[in-house]
Ligand binder design. Structure first.
Ligand SMILES: *Cc1c(COP(=O)(O)O)cnc(C)c1O
Length: 343
């Protein structure tokens, strides 16, 4: 049975051609900055993002951690969304490693943080308060794309208030492809940006952090401290280079598949899909909570894996084809037609 895994775009496996460039990669010891392939990846990423420097890190979580630690000192704080990955899904790393406290505020429906709310939680200078140092945005946020104008406004606010601005851009290439702009058209608003090579771009491992030379020097030290100094990492970096050269434009196929999936599921009685929220490669489906675990089980025995807390989350990616989408819609239809737990 073919498994159709829609839990995340992290499940993609390297293609034959990607494995070939990994096999052939020139390597050296990256802790001595002597891995030519890592160096090439970092330069390429920095150039695409219009930043001075880049750093290859093992995960997006580490990219965000190094960014927060490099912008903030102990006793300082960062503002982030209540459901932001860098607040909610990274095990409190910035607090644990850096003594940096988060100041979460709710995301708006469209994945933005209301800038007047941001301004309102910036602490005045007073010994009672932590020092607000950093604003973190996320793009895409649950699959939705931040408007360019919003990001420009956020950058203005950050500058006026003396904050640094970081983007958790785990899926920022999805945003760029959707908006048909270059990566730098988005990253230009930020002091630092992290993005994943291991999600929609299809590399097996790794993320990138970009920023100024001075910022990346600090992040480089934190990476060493966090145990992220890798040695002949060029084998992995080669996959990242291949992904950035060959697998960016194809993200539009994932977006098309997500739209097809969302439209198909929206037509099924008992399923609720917010079509406006389907802007890139994610589809969220609400269903009666009592039905949800039956539905997940029904899909699973038929080789369809979905994820999600609360709502179901279905993510399209490199290893999902158009015919898989039709198949998933049919199985959902069958599941919703078969009442009372009959598998
Ligand atoms: C996946 C993800 C990360 C972290 O990436 P890992 O490589 O899994 O650590 C960070 N932010 C967002 C928004 C993500 O989706």
């Amino acid at each position: 049975m073919k498994i159709i895994d829609l839990r995340s775009d992290t499940v993609t496996k390297p293609t034959e051609s990607m494995r070939q460039v990994m096999f052939e990669a020139e390597v050296g010891d990256d802790v001595y900055a002597e891995d030519p392939t890592v160096n090439r990846l970092q330069e390429m990423a920095a150039e695409m993002a219009g930043m001075e420097a880049g750093l290859f890190v093992p995960s997006g979580t580490q990219g965000n951690l190094l960014a927060i630690l490099s912008h903030c000192q102990r006793g300082e704080e960062y503002i982030a969304g209540q459901q932001a990955h860098c607040y909610r899904y990274e095990a409190g790393g910035a607090a644990v490693f850096g003594g940096v406290q988060p100041q979460p505020i709710s995301f708006e429906e469209d994945g933005t943080l209301d800038l007047s709310q941001v301004a309102a939680v910036i602490k005045p200078e007073d010994d009672h308060f932590a020092i607000t140092r950093l604003l973190c945005l996320e793009n895409t946020q649950a699959g939705t794309v931040l408007p360019l104008e919003y990001q420009s406004d956020a950058a203005d606010l950050a500058r006026e208030c003396g904050l640094k601005l970081h983007l958790d851009g785990a899926r920022v290439f999805n945003a760029a492809v959707r908006q048909q702009v270059s990566l730098s058209a988005i990253t230009r608003y930020y002091d630092s940006v992290s993005f994943c090579l291991s999600k929609g771009l299809g590399a097996p491992v790794g993320s990138i952090l970009v920023g100024s030379c001075e910022f990346i020097d600090r992040a480089h030290r934190w990476r060493k401290m966090a145990g992220g100094g890798m040695r002949q990492a060029g084998i992995l970096a080669a996959a990242g280079i291949y992904a950035m050269e060959h697998q960016v434009e194809r993200l539009s196929e994932d977006h098309l598949h997500a739209t097809m999936l969302a439209e198909g599921l929206a037509r099924i009685d008992g399923l609720n899909v917010d079509l406006d929220a389907v802007q890139t490669n994610m589809v969220f489906v609400s269903i009666d909570p009592e039905e949800q675990s039956r539905l997940i089980g029904f899909l699973k025995v038929r080789g369809i894996l979905v994820g999600g807390y609360g709502q179901l989350r279905l993510v399209t990616h490199h290893d999902i084809e158009a015919e898989d989408i039709s198949c998933v819609i049919e199985v959902f239809q069958a599941a919703m037609a078969s009442n009372n737990g009959q598998l």
